[in-house]
Design a protein around this ligand. Structure first.
Ligand code: ATP
Length: 328
C-alpha cells in the first residue's frame, strides 16, 4: 500500500484543482471575488462565463502566472504558487496562445518551446515532438511553416505544445476562440479525446453550447463570482420547472399547488377557465401525474396541463443576468 501523501495523487478528496476564497483586485475592481472552485479528478470541467467575468484572471492565478490578492489555490494536491516547480511539469496549459515563429515549421517551433522548458529531456525531444504533433493530427503539416497554418491548426499546435510531456491536468483558456466552424470542431473533438486519455481537462469558454458538448462538469462565473458549479447533469436538474394549468377552479388549484411546494402565479382568464402557472425547483417537483391526481382529488377540474423544464441556457441567463452566445 502506498501512502497517499501530499502531491502523490490527484489532490485532497479527489480534487485536481481546489481554490478557497480566491480573490483578485485590480485597484478597486474585484475581478475575481471569493471563488471556491472544486474540479474533480478526471473531469472535463467547463469554466463558463461571459467576457470579462474573470475566467482568464482565475486561470492565471491557478497556474501561478498572477498573484492572488487573497485566498488559496491547490493544484494536483499541492499549494500554488508555493509548489509551482513541482506542479507545472505535470500541467499542460494553453493560455493566451504560445508565440510561434511564423517562418519556422510546426516541428521546429515545438523543438524551440520544448528546449525552453526547464524539465524537458533533450534526448527524447524529437520523439515527443512527433508524438504531440501526431496526437493533435498535425503530422501531415509538421514540416510546413506555421504562417501557412490555419487558425485551427495553430491552436492545435498550441495544444501539442501543452502535450510535449505526459500531463495529469490540461488547462485550456478559450481554445476555440476565433476559430471557424471546422477549426472549432477539430479542437472540440481533440479536447474530448484528451479527456478520454485520462487527463483532467479544465477548459474556459463563453459558449454554453460548447460546454454542453464537451464537458462533464461546469462552473459558471458572473462578474467575478462563482454562481454555480457541479456535474452538468446536476446543473440541469437544479433549474426551475414551470407548470401550466387550465382550470375554472383557480382558487382551489392554487391551494393544492402551494401545498405541493410550488409558487402559483395569478391566473389569466381564458374561455375554458383560468390559465394558472406555477414554478418549483425541478429537484423538488412531484411527478406530473401525481400533481394532476392531487388536483383532481381536491375537486379541481383539469382542462389542460403541461410541464416545462427550464433549459440550461435559461438557467445560466438567470444566474448571470446575461445572454450567452449559443453559436455552435
Ligand atoms: N491586468 C489587469 N489590469 C486591470 N484590470 C484587469 C486586468 N486583467 C483583467 N482585468 C479586468 O478584470 C476583469 C476580468 O477579466 P478576465 O480577463 O479575467 O475575464 P474573462 O472572463 O477571462 O473575459 P474574456 O473572456 O474577455 O477574457 C475584467 O473587467 C478586466 O477588464
Amino acid at each position: 500500500m502506498t501512502a497517499a501523501g501530499e502531491g502523490a495523487g490527484s489532490g485532497t478528496a479527489g480534487l485536481t484543482i481546489e481554490t478557497q476564497g480566491l480573490t483578485k483586485r485590480f485597484g478597486h475592481q474585484l475581478a475575481v471575488d471569493n471563488v471556491a472552485l472544486a474540479v474533480p479528478h478526471g473531469a472535463v470541467f467547463g469554466f463558463l462565463g461571459p467576457n470579462g467575468s474573470g475566467k482568464t484572471t482565475t486561470i492565471r492565478m491557478l497556474l501561478g502566472l498572477a498573484a492572488a490578492s487573497a485566498g488559496t489555490v491547490r493544484v494536483l494536491g499541492l499549494p500554488m504558487p508555493q509548489r509551482l516547480h513541482e506542479v507545472l511539469p505535470r500541467v499542460g496549459a494553453l493560455v493566451e496562445g504560445p508565440a510561434f515563429y511564423p517562418f519556422l515549421s510546426g516541428t521546429a517551433n515545438l523543438h524551440r518551446l520544448d528546449a525552453a522548458g526547464r524539465h524537458a529531456a533533450p534526448a527524447t525531444r524529437t520523439a515527443r515532438v512527433a508524438a504531440a504533433l501526431e496526437r493533435v493530427g498535425l503530422s501531415h503539416a509538421a514540416g510546413k511553416r506555421v504562417h501557412a497554418y490555419s487558425l485551427g491548426m495553430k491552436q492545435r499546435l498550441g495544444i501539442a505544445n501543452a502535450l510535449l510531456s505526459p500531463r495529469e491536468l490540461l488547462v485550456l483558456d478559450e481554445p476555440t476562440n476565433g476559430l471557424d466552424p471546422q477549426g472549432t470542431r477539430e479542437v472540440r473533438s481533440l479536447v474530448r479525446s484528451l479527456a478520454a486519455d485520462g487527463a483532467t481537462v479544465f477548459v474556459s469558454s463563453h459558449l454554453l453550447a460548447e460546454v454542453e458538448q464537451i464537458c462533464t462538469h461546469a462552473a459558471i462565473m458572473s462578474a467575478g463570482r462563482l454562481v454555480a458549479q457541479g456535474p452538468l447533469a446536476e446543473l440541469r436538474q437544479a433549474g426551475e420547472t414551470r407548470i401550466r394549468l387550465l382550470t375554472p377552479d383557480a382558487g382551489t388549484a392554487s391551494e393544492v399547488l402551494l401545498r405541493l411546494g410550488m409558487s402559483p402565479g395569478t391566473g389569466t382568464p381564458e374561455p375554458d377557465g383560468d390559465v394558472l402557472t406555477a414554478v418549483a425547483a425541478a429537484s423538488r417537483l412531484e411527478a406530473p401525474e401525481d400533481i394532476v391526481a392531487e388536483l383532481v382529488a381536491a375537486g379541481v377540474r383539469v382542462r389542460g396541463f403541461s410541464v416545462e423544464r427550464e433549459s440550461l441556457e435559461e438557467r445560466f441567463v438567470a444566474l448571470t443576468g446575461e445572454g450567452f452566445d449559443i453559436a455552435q
